[in-house]
Write a protein of this length. Structure first.
Length: 188
């Protein structure tokens, strides 16, 4: 290979590397966010001490995180066994958390009076919950769901560097990052 062709190859490689988009999500420190929330007691992790940030997260788990974020765990404990949803038994581990998240207007159920606690949760749903938690729900009313909530979440920096579709099923790491960002946002 001649010196000239080697130089051309290197220039092409540099050009390709410089214009190849890097996923915005590669800049997100999911582990750092998860560990920070673990230190705050919002994320508790599993018996083996891991956070399993790559795993999907359920609606019940998100309700629990939101209630912890608001420091309402005592109220959740007092509400254990009470639930407005027909698909949640009083003995369900998160019944109190789900009840409080409903009372606080953060999470709603479905038209058939179910909550689907074991269902995975989407990017748009988590953004909506955090926008409500921070008090910005009224800024979303002029737009169809989830457009307004995602716009406000973006304005607040909750979804910085995340490039997901609305229906993307989020992981524990995604939620940790979004909560971490919410802790830095101004509460209205």
């Amino acid at each position: 290979m001649t010196k000239r062709s080697l130089s051309i190859m290197i220039m092409v490689l540099i050009l390709v590397v410089s214009i190849t988009p890097i996923s915005a999500n590669s800049t997100v420190d999911f582990e750092g966010a998860g560990n920070y929330l673990k230190d705050l007691g919002i994320f508790t992790g599993y018996e083996d001490g891991t956070l399993r940030l790559e795993n999907n997260i359920t609606r019940a788990e998100v309700a629990t995180l939101m209630v912890r974020m608001m420091s309402l765990e005592e109220r959740a404990s007092a509400n254990k066994g009470k639930t407005p949803f027909k698909d949640i038994a009083g003995s369900f581990w998160a019944s109190g958390y789900i009840s409080v998240s409903k009372e606080e207007g953060l999470m709603t159920g479905y038209p058939d009076d179910t909550f689907k606690p074991q269902a995975n949760i989407t990017y748009a749903e988590v953004a909506t919950i955090l926008v409500r938690l921070l008090g910005y729900e009224e800024k979303t009313v002029t737009e169809e769901w989830p457009i307004g909530h995602l716009r406000v979440a973006s304005e607040l920096g909750l979804v910085d560097h995340l490039t997901y579709e609305n229906s993307y099923v989020v992981t524990r790491g995604d939620v940790a990052y979004m909560i971490y960002q919410a802790l830095k946002a101004e509460v209205k």
